[in-house]
Design a protein around this ligand. Structure first.
Ligand code: CA
Length: 226
């Protein structure tokens, strides 16, 4: 899941970015409105965390502009103001939710996850099941054959990506950009190592084996063909 954070206060921006990365997201950061606007218009994000008061172009104008071209990316506004009028204006312009500063990071994370579920896969917003593997997307937990598997946040993000797109062969470049924010040119060995670790946890002691290597193409999570 790739998020854009637009925030001009460096301390707040770094704090949000770091927290979201630790929670397993890929995060792009824009420190002013113009960069934020440009990135929101040109890149594909799963969600935008958008400060309202920004130099250059404010958060309201950014959300208006991206909605005007039909971009429905969920937007969480951050605002230091708390008057009712501002709230109403933000929501009318197309923000999906907002948070009044100062806020606890846990609150931001909870709102982000709620918004992502709202725009998530239509089949099931909170759980993904593949054979006897279950992912609880709310608690970020994986269970295989009734046994809880301990995963790091990156491992869970990798597994979630594979499970959301069950049966689809995902090239290393796509996995790299979605889970690690790396380019295709980067060392894709990172992906192979991560897959190996994930397999050791979710496949080695269980049947059927779910993570499949498709030679020359990438990886897929699916039931093996018999
Ligand atoms: Ca600001």
């Amino acid at each position: 899941m790739k998020l854009l954070v637009v925030e001009d206060e460096n301390k707040t921006a770094d704090y949000i970015r770091q927290g979201l990365i630790e929670a397993g997201f890929v995060v792009d950061l824009a420190r002013n409105g113009l960069d934020g606007h440009h990135m929101a218009m040109t890149e594909n994000y799963d969600l935008v965390v958008l400060d309202v008061m920004l130099p250059g172009i404010d958060g309201w104008k950014i959300v208006q502009s991206i909605r005007a071209v039909g971009n429905q990316v969920p937007v969480l506004f951050l605002t230091a103001r708390s008057s009712v009028d501002d709230r109403v204006q933000g929501l009318e312009l197309g923000a999906d939710d907002y948070l009044v500063k100062p806020f606890a990071f846990s609150e931001l994370l909870a709102r982000v996850r709620t918004l992502l579920r709202r725009g998530g896969p239509p089949v099931n917003h909170e759980r993904i099941q593949v054979a006897n593997l279950e992912l609880d997307l709310v608690r970020r937990r994986a269970v295989r054959s009734g046994q809880r598997i301990n995963l790091t946040s990156k491992e869970f993000a990798l597994l979630e990506l594979l499970a959301r797109r069950q049966g689809e062969v995902l090239p290393r470049s796509l996995i790299a950009s979605q889970v690690w924010d790396m380019n295709f040119d980067s060392d894709t060995n990172v992906i192979d190592v991560a897959i190996r670790r994930l397999r050791a946890k979710i496949d080695d002691n269980f049947e059927p084996k779910l993570i499949q290597t498709v030679r020359g193409m990438g990886y897929t999570l699916d039931l093996p063909d018999d």
